[in-house]
Design a protein around this ligand. Structure first.
Ligand code: FEO
Length: 388
């Protein structure tokens, strides 16, 4: 278990989680990593730790460089336990170490671990010398917890960005130039869509705060380290936070007897005929977190469910709950579905979308099985809306 050198005296000492497949409902089909970094200077400094259960993997990597008891500072950029979970073990090994964190980090770590550790509190603009190098701190609250901060090493042009710019991606290599970039970018997009999306204001502030610093390497707390595509991933964050959408309509549904599916297919064909990309996602076969990756750049979100017991199908309800929490901005929506004797699913979907901030442009319901007249009617109404 080797540490991996980023720069002279700076090492990745994290852990690789090859098997994790569920991260709070997010399908991590490629696993993830918990990235911790070690800086060898007059003050030995550890940047973040790893998830509980991976302590020994991190300690083994640190031990290839230095005795863990020699750690002087532990920078905690984020309280969430995938990064702070090994603090108790580190603090046991290095009881005199100081934990450097922001005020919300101090509060969160005390509430998590109930330990009287030696905390040094920093705020944006503060700088700490660790010997030849300085650490500068930028607080980035709500990207995506109140306690998030970035640590920048100007002498190395190195930004430890914690969750920002991360990807859930387990790999044997550590750098973006060593791995297929399309996969890294796809996983970065998925990460943004499923974790960072609800916080556009804080993300904008974080991007502004880092706009004028010289960055050669972005070392996030998950996945691949950016050194070849720094500009590209920062540009993508600017695009995603600005809510730029493609000419794309998503059709997301579940179906009982394929009647709602017939409506879904008609909506797909209408959008395609109007020049839109129109990917279709049956919720029986597609994971909600993969669908959210597509939502990130979609202009329209069309959601369908038949009525079941005066309600919507549980798969659609689950997706809408997840969608509402992530709250994508500036999208247009359509509700659709078939019904037998009660048509409750369609107003329920419309209400859900409205409460998520989506502009509803229409709703289509069909009693039992759609025939050619029903589908023609939907075509006429939707085509008219798209031509407006
Ligand atoms: Fe990777 Fe918010 O923790």
């Amino acid at each position: 278990m080797k540490a991996k050198k980023l720069k002279e005296g700076i090492y990745w000492v994290g852990a690789i989680d090859w098997n994790v497949r569920n991260f709070h409902g997010y399908l991590t089909q490629r696993g993830t990593t918990y990235n911790a970094y070690l800086i060898i200077d007059e003050k030995i400094t550890l940047i973040d730790t790893v998830k509980p259960g991976f302590e020994n993997e991190m300690l083994a990597r640190i031990s290839t460089i230095i005795d863990p008891s020699k750690i002087d500072y532990v920078v905690s950029n984020h309280v969430e336990m995938d990064h702070s979970g090994a603090l108790p073990v580190i603090m046991e090994k290095a009881p005199n170490a100081k934990i450097i964190t922001c005020p919300k980090g101090d509060e969160g770590l005390r509430l998590h671990y109930k330990k009287d550790w030696d905390f040094k509190i920093v705020k944006t603009g503060d700088s700490i010398s660790i010997g030849k190098r300085n650490l500068q701190f930028v607080l980035t609250p709500m990207v995506h917890w109140p306690d998030n901060m970035l640590t920048y090493v100007p002498d190395e042009k190195l930004l430890f960005s914690n969750d920002a710019f991360g990807q859930h991606l387990a790999t044997s290599v550590r750098f973006d130039d060593e791995y297929p970039n399309d996969i890294t970018m796809l996983e970065a997009r998925k990460y943004y869509a499923n974790i960072v999306l609800p916080y556009p204001g804080p993300v904008r502030k974080a991007l502004e705060a880092t706009a004028n610093i010289d960055i050669e390497i972005i070392a996030p707390s998950h996945g691949i380290i950016w050194r070849q595509n720094v500009e590209k991933i920062v540009d993508e964050y600017h695009n995603w936070v600005s809510n730029k959408v493609d000419k794309k309509a998503l059709i997301i549904y579940d179906t009982m007897w394929k009647s709602t599916e017939k409506i879904a297919k008609e909506i797909q064909y209408i959008f395609e005929d109007a020049g839109y990309a129109a990917p279709v996602f049956n919720l029986q076969f597609n994971h909600m977190s993969d669908i959210m990756t597509e939502v990130l750049t979609a202009e329209f979100v069309c959601i369908g469910s038949p009525t079941l017991n005066k309600n919507i199908l549980p798969s659609v309800a689950g997706f809408l709950t997840y969608f509402q929490g992530l709250a994508p901005k500036s999208r247009k929506g359509i509700a659709f579905g078939s019904y037998g004797w009660g048509d409750q699913s369609i107003p329920k979907i419309s209400e859900f979308l409205k409460n998520s901030g989506i502009e509803i442009i229409d709703a289509y319901k069909v009693k039992y099985i759609p025939d050619s007249n029903d589908l023609a009617n939907i075509r006429e109404r939707l085509t008219e809306k798209l031509n407006k």
